[in-house]
Design a protein around this ligand. Structure first.
Ligand SMILES: NC(=O)C1=CN([C@@H]2O[C@H](COP(=O)(O)OP(=O)(O)OC[C@H]3O[C@@H](n4cnc5c(N)ncnc54)[C@H](OP(=O)(O)O)[C@@H]3O)[C@@H](O)[C@H]2O)C=CC1
Ligand SMILES: Cc1cn([C@H]2C[C@H](O)[C@@H](COP(=O)(O)OP(=O)(O)O[C@H]3O[C@@H](C)C(=O)[C@@H](O)[C@H]3O)O2)c(=O)[nH]c1=O
Ligand SMILES: [Mg+2]
Length: 282
């Protein structure tokens, strides 16, 4: 199957390239901030499936860079979906738990009310809407708290901090599902193949289990890597950041299991593999 991927250096893009023979476009080859570039790349490639794994993911920076984040996260995916609809090929897009406001305690289903509380979330929601509006056969996979051995993520941040610190304060009132990028890539490839074979696509949630706080996640990182770093849980109010983050990021992932047979991965097992790749196992 001829698959085109937007994003080459990112966590999910990297895993897609490890798991399948795909053509992955770098920013130099297709800059999502430039109108027309994505449609042009899709038309030229003339493939059977397109996956967008590129995004403006710097959550705090987006607060003061909304126009660029909107262009990359909000407009470019719509352009990609329209180009795919023109060619009659399926389009897969990745979105985020940050489209929700994080109220309540329950896991949110795909039908749950969206209400982003930061610029990144608003622009990602705009992207979801633009993809849906384009028509054609599309799927949007919302995931959360992505980590891998490659690129920037919370695991890498914690390991870096452990080099100089023996104690850390980490928020314990934001609860979500850490998700290995490798599992997201594998889910996307399964969905893409099913859609090429006739599945209509749709909106889906996919995140790691069990639900955890960032402090829980940090403790597991240090336990598995055998590092003696004391983690003290703190409320988000004690860790001020430019962008607000949702408190309840739990995603109900049953629809993906029912329709595609893909169950939420245990993030602790994924973490073991990532630490192994990084050479920092206990
Ligand atoms: N990271 C996370 O925790 C989560 C991510 N997601 C979503 O998952 C998807 C994949 O995320 P992830 O793999 O973590 O992303 P990364 O942050 O690891 O990588 C982002 C990718 O997007 C590329 N990119 C950024 N700006 C542009 C541009 N103007 N033109 C072309 N490419 C660009 C980057 O290229 P370059 O190296 O050149 O900057 C990089 O390859 C995204 O849609 C994201 O919103 C959803 C939930 C959680
Ligand atoms: C480094 C550090 C962070 N934190 C907090 C800040 C924040 O609330 C939380 C996680 O920090 P991060 O900056 O990694 O989180 P963030 O970049 O907001 O992660 C998000 O990225 C986007 C792209 C998504 O789509 C989301 O699903 C989510 O993964 O941990 C601490 O409490 N102590 C620390 O020492
Ligand atoms: Mg971040």
């Amino acid at each position: 199957m001829r698959i085109l991927v937007f994003g080459q250096t990112g966590q999910v893009a990297h895993e897609l390239q490890r798991q399948a023979k795909v053509t992955a476009l770098s920013r130099a080859q297709a800059d999502l901030s430039v109108p027309g570039v994505c449609a042009e790349a899709i038309a030229q490639f003339d493939g059977e499936l397109v996956i967008n794994a590129a995004a403006y993911t710097a959550v705090d920076r987006a607060e003061s860079d909304e126009a660029l984040a909107q262009r990359i996260n909000g407009d470019a995916p719509g352009e990609m979906a329209r180009a795919c609809a023109d060619l009659g090929i399926p389009f897969l897009h990745v979105s985020t738990d940050y489209v929700f406001d994080g109220s309540g305690k329950r896991a949110r289903a795909e039908s749950g009310k969206v209400n982003p509380i930061n610029v990144y979330g608003r622009t990602k929601l705009a992207g979801e809407k633009a993809v849906r509006k384009a028509g054609g056969k599309t799927a949007v996979l919302r995931t959360s708290w992505v980590f891998s051995s490659h690129g920037a993520n919370f695991v890498k941040t914690m390991l870096r901090l452990a080099e100089t610190r023996s104690a850390l304060t980490v928020v314990d009132d934001q609860i979500g599902g850490p998700t290995p990028a490798a599992d997201i890539a594998s889910a996307l490839l399964s969905m893409g193949r099913a859609m090429a074979g006739g599945h209509p696509g749709g909106l889906y949630h996919y995140s790691g289990a069990p639900a955890a706080s960032w402090a829980d996640f940090a403790r597991e990182i240090f336990a598995q890597s055998g590092q003696d770093v004391a983690v003290t849980g703190i409320p988000s109010s004690d860790y001020p950041t430019p962008a607000a983050r949702p408190l309840n990021s739990r995603l109900d992932c049953r629809k993906l299991t029912e329709d595609f047979g893909i169950a939420p991965p245990d993030w602790r097992a994924g973490l073991t593999r990532v630490l192994d790749e990084l050479g920092v196992m206990a």
